[in-house]
Design a protein around this ligand. Structure first.
Ligand code: NAP
Length: 281
């Protein structure tokens, strides 16, 4: 069922413009996807790293969060517990290797089984296996493409019937500036991340009719464990390539995810660069 509402977004002083279509499901969720309050969000690879911060941001914003993990079970369960501290099943940890189509399907089915719907899907899970082309093996190519790109198809494909039924949804694919600019020793990763951007555009065209927005975010270098373990002279080199002269914080990407969910009703097929200027389209 579709309604046309005036909605007030608690994060802006102005009511949203007339004419925004919001879906109201049998579960009675009336605020639509434009609000995080009560939205059900699946974040892949959320036991650690950027995914952890995204899941935390959405959970603190009022969403019910599915914290997906592949190996980081303990961390994912701790996060789910932390997000549920204010009572209720505000978050659950669900294990699934999203590079496996069956497990990706299972992740979405368990989400529906737990919360009855899915409003937001954040495809964050990713790996790197950096090698120059000279040394890169077909297996290393396939593994990165399987985890970083094919997983997005698997999760979106599994979630599609639910989004179609609800006639609302937001999908956010975490790509990388490397998919736009390329990077030495990362042909597999660059191809997968560029593929995500193409996938995002085509899926956005197909899914617009169901009121589902599909966008990508392309972060630059982020201050993660990986960056902190790099020797100071390499960090210097990285910084010299970034106009804003600093690496990004995971929280800055999480805020961009939140922006697309809460304020991005008229944004679809877009790749939002959050990169300190290291790559300008
Ligand atoms: P990270 O610290 O290495 O974390 C990777 C995450 O992906 C982990 O939570 C891991 O889960 C999950 N993951 C890996 N394979 C998985 C699979 N098959 N199924 C489910 N989850 C899987 O990396 P990160 O820096 O947080 O990166 C997160 C995303 O941001 C990636 O897509 C990455 O390409 C992108 N990105 C990162 C940067 C950066 O500078 N860090 C820059 C641009 C883009 P488990 O631990 O449970 O296995």
């Amino acid at each position: 069922m579709r309604f046309t509402h005036y909605v007030h977004n608690e994060h802006s002083l102005e009511p949203k413009a007339q004419g925004i279509s919001l879906a109201v499901s049998s579960s009675g969720r009336e605020k639509g996807v434009g609000s995080l309050e009560g939205a059900v969000a699946v974040v892949t690879g959320a036991g650690r790293g950027l995914g952890y911060t995204i899941a935390e941001e959405l959970g603190f914003g009022g969403a019910k969060v599915v914290v997906n993990y592949a190996r980081s079970r303990e961390l994912a369960e701790e996060l789910a517990e932390k997000l549920s501290e204010n009572g209720g099943e505000q978050a659950v940890a669900i294990g699934a290797d999203v590079s496996d189509p069956g497990q990706a399907q299972q992740l979405i089915e368990e989400t529906i089984g737990t919360y009855g719907r899915i409003d937001v899907l954040v495809n964050n899970a990713g790996i790197v296996i950096d090698r120059t082309l000279k040394k890169l093996t077909p297996e290393e190519w396939d593994t990165v493409v399987q985890v970083d790109l094919n997983s997005c198809f698997y999760t979106v494909k599994a979630a599609l019937p639910h989004f179609m039924e609800q006639e609302s949804g937001k999908i956010i694919n975490i790509s990388s500036f490397v998919g736009q600019a390329g990077n030495f020793g990362q042909t597999n990763y660059a191809a997968a991340k560029a593929g995500m951007i193409g996938f995002t555009k085509a899926a956005a065209i197909e899914m617009a009719r169901y009121n589902v927005n599909v966008n990508a975010i392309a972060p630059g270098f982020l201050e993660t464990d990986m960056y902190n373990s790099v020797p100071p002279e390499v960090q210097e080199k990285i910084l010299s390539r970034i106009p804003l002269r600093r690496v990004g914080q995971p929280r800055e990407i999480a805020r961009a995810v939140r922006y697309l969910i809460e304020d991005g009703d008229y944004i679809t097929g877009e790749t939002l660069s959050v990169n300190g200027g290291i790559y300008m389209d």
